[in-house]
Structures are given as C-alpha cells and as structure tokens.
Design a protein. Sequence first.
Length: 281
Amino acid sequence: MPDRQLITAGIDGSAESLAAADWAAREALLRGLPLHLVHSFDQPSERTHLPEVEVPFHRESGALDRAVLRLSSSHPALGILDEQVTTPPVEALVEAASSSILLVLGSRGFGAFTGTLVGSVALAVTARASCPVILVRADENPEGKGSVDRFGPVILGLDLEHPCDELIEFAFVAATLRDVPLQVVHTWAVPLIPSAAATDPEAAKSRLLTDALAPWRHKHPKAQVTQRLVHGLAHHHLVKAAADAGLLVIGRRITAGEHLGPTAHAAIHHAKSPVAVVPHD
C-alpha cells in the first residue's frame, strides 16, 4: 500500500467542494500534513456560447486557482499541492484516495420537503475509496454547533457484531486531535422471543461495548469517552446524535463491494454534521 501522507479534497467550484476544502485544510493542520487539491476538468474542444454550458464551464475552469488562493490566505501555514486532471471525477478521486490518509468531498444538503440531494460522484467515490471519506455540507457550520473556534463532539456508530480496529482507531484519533468528547453509540433491537440464557440482554450488550473499547481507552488515555446503548434503528439514532456533532464516524465493509449499507446511506443523506465513512474488513 502506498505511503499515505496527504489529505486530499476534491474541487469542482461548487459551494460544497469549497466547504470540503476548508474542512480538509483544518484537518491537515491538525495532523501536520499537506493538503492535496484535485480538480477533474476536461476543457471542451469547442465553445458553444450556450448559457447552460458556458456558466458551468466558467465556474469550473478557475475553480482550482480560486480554492488555492482562498486557502492560502486563510491558512498561510498550510502546505498545498494542487493538481488538475482530465480523468473522469470518480476515477480521479478514487485514484487520489489510494495515496491519501483522508479524502474530503462536498455533500449537498437537504430540505424538509424536497428530500435529499447527494451527488452521484460523492456516493460512487465513497463506495470505492480505499481510505476514509469525509462528506461535508456547505450549509452547516462544519465543526458542529457553537463557536466556530471550537469543534463539536465526535460520534462513533459501532456495530458490536462487526467491531473493527480501523473504525474505532479513526474515531479515537479524531476526538483526541480535537480535544473533544467521543460518544460511542450502539443500537440494538429487543428480541421478540428473549433467550432463556439472556436474562438481561442490555447488560450483556453493555459489557460487550465496554470490552470492545477497553484497549482503545488504554491506547488513547486522553480521550473523553462515553458510551450509549439505544433501542431502535441505527440510522435514526445516529442522525439524531449528529445534530450538534463535529463529526459522525461510521463504517463501510470492504467485503460488501461497491455497496453502501442502509446506515451509511441514511447518515450521508440526512446527517447535518460532516460524515466520515471508514472502509474496513
């Protein structure tokens, strides 16, 4: 596997991609890494002079230069590498992910009545990227509610049937870097016919959660960790928990192929906070 020493953000000139670049810049500074901006843009061979073609063309043609200027001004200590490619966006970003510790993309918001709008590029890249992908909306404070100088808590959605090192490590590191609380949420359904051996299933779940987190608490002693067991559907509780969060962390099983499960889909479409989708075995 290539040495991952970059944080990459995809640029296309939209407000969502600029919000993603801003988030990625702050993350790069937190981790002491350079920021890699990637813009996939293939200039048309002929000008059409049609507004529906020319307006997007002008928006995208200078997107990379505008993003570099903006970030250089707001983060003068940040090292920025900019790259413009003619490869189609999904392929370009998946390739960039192979040499990145994180890939940050813009994610469109949603309206109360209009439903959800998440770009097909973002979804396709998230389902294929080999590194964690963070999806950032343009219409919310990207570090959670409250002062822009402070980060909101990190929320980790954990499946106790498939706990994984990559997912838990990512969440602990994110919370420790930001010096914010880490809230680990596990959702479960009460069985219709309780087992005779499981007289207190909630207590058993609580012990499993405590045991799963114990080595990570030891490895990251400064982490401020709380754990929650809730009844019901995972996506409902995670989206609700992320309302005031700085980051929601969920997993994507590599063995599922290019498929995002229902929890990941719901979080990506509905969570107001940035969402980190971490691939794992």
